[in-house]
Design a protein around this ligand. Sequence first.
Ligand code: NAP
Ligand code: MG
Length: 399
Amino acid sequence: MQKIAMTTPLVEMDGDEMTRVIWKMIKDELILPFVDLKTEYYDLGLKNRDATDDGVTHQAALATKRLGVAVKCATITPNLQRVEEYGLKRMWKSPNGTIRAELDGTVFRAPITVPCIKPAVNGWTSPITIARHAYGDVYRATEIPVKKAGRAELTFTDADGNVTRETVYDFDGEGVLQGQHNKLSSISSFARSCFNYALTTKQDLWFSTKDTISKIYDQTFKLTFESIYEKEFKSAFEKAGISYFYTLIDDAVARVIRSNGGFIWALKNYDGDVMSDMVSTAFGSLAMMTSVLVSPDGKYEYEAAHGTVTRHYYRYMKGERTSTNPVATIFAWSGALRKRGELDGIAQLSAFADALEKATLDTVNDGVVTKDLLPLTSIPATAVYTDEFISAIKKRLSV
Ligand code: NAP
Ligand code: MG
């Protein structure tokens, strides 16, 4: 069989623990036999991040800016325990945070839906994609405990020394205080990423905030989206037959539950954090959730939404076989290969990505699943080990 040729390499970011093991299985069994794979390889495994003083993460991010499409394995974000476990020089930052800061992107998360796994919400027949703004608000807030009565003020001193001052509250006793911020540049690039992603995936875009209560902060988000839409995207949306729709977050929640899915729901940082867990759980499992970082100028980084599945890895290291779900990691590869095919005009590559996804879903629908899916399937199913599951996919891919 002739392997499918590629022209531009993918940026390949290897990772840690169980997902690193699965990464190799996927490449060896499901990709290399079919595609003459070209990648620029970056080892983001924690050992190599430490050895390169995290330089490898920055290089991988820059390569993504240059080549346009990356596929990333899950990586450990070090904490104190990991510093000891790996004897790290420093507690390196989250690789995803570093890459996101470099690409200035928005993260889109979508469930992988299969007919035999029914969402908790009956009406959801198509996936709902959450677009979460990944900067500011409560994640960058400054907080002060208030110990006794006094006046809390919000002051801003601009670059010319002009001062704006507002009273937050006159405390008559103990309390708490919090200051939040966001940047117009970040809100604008969030908006552009969302509009671009809606166009490439041909889905309607919803956006919701609490602008009725937050008349300046949330209103700025609403107006920024509105003005960028009117000026830069309206005609393209009309041509594509998709729509942009803003509504108050309370109303959005009710509409989402009543909907059939099939759209993108853009949310501020905290709302997106919370709603993505709700939506992914209602669709089934974190192991069936894809994640793609899209920059405002259209660079893509594909990955699974879950982590390195540490508990399974420790069992694997003891010589046990595990039944770890590789579906989201397979879809990270197929997403990246499809996008590369689209950008380089290689229809065969995009068709291979479709076939790989179909073979994966067919396997699940035939009742061959990993252990985590067993309680979720509505058909008689058998749980198999990861390597058996991947072989079952390969069998369906080859015919
Ligand atoms: P996790 O790796 O997502 O795993 C949490 C639990 O969820 C697992 O123990 C397993 O449950 C289940 N699970 C997740 N993915 C699965 C899969 N593919 N197949 C089967 N079960 C799956 O999260 P974590 O244990 O909190 O984090 C582990 C490491 O991953 C941490 O070092 C963290 O920094 C990193 N992390 C990386 C990313 C990323 O790179 N994007 C994201 C999140 C976390 P059972 O054990 O009950 O089977
Ligand atoms: Mg969360």
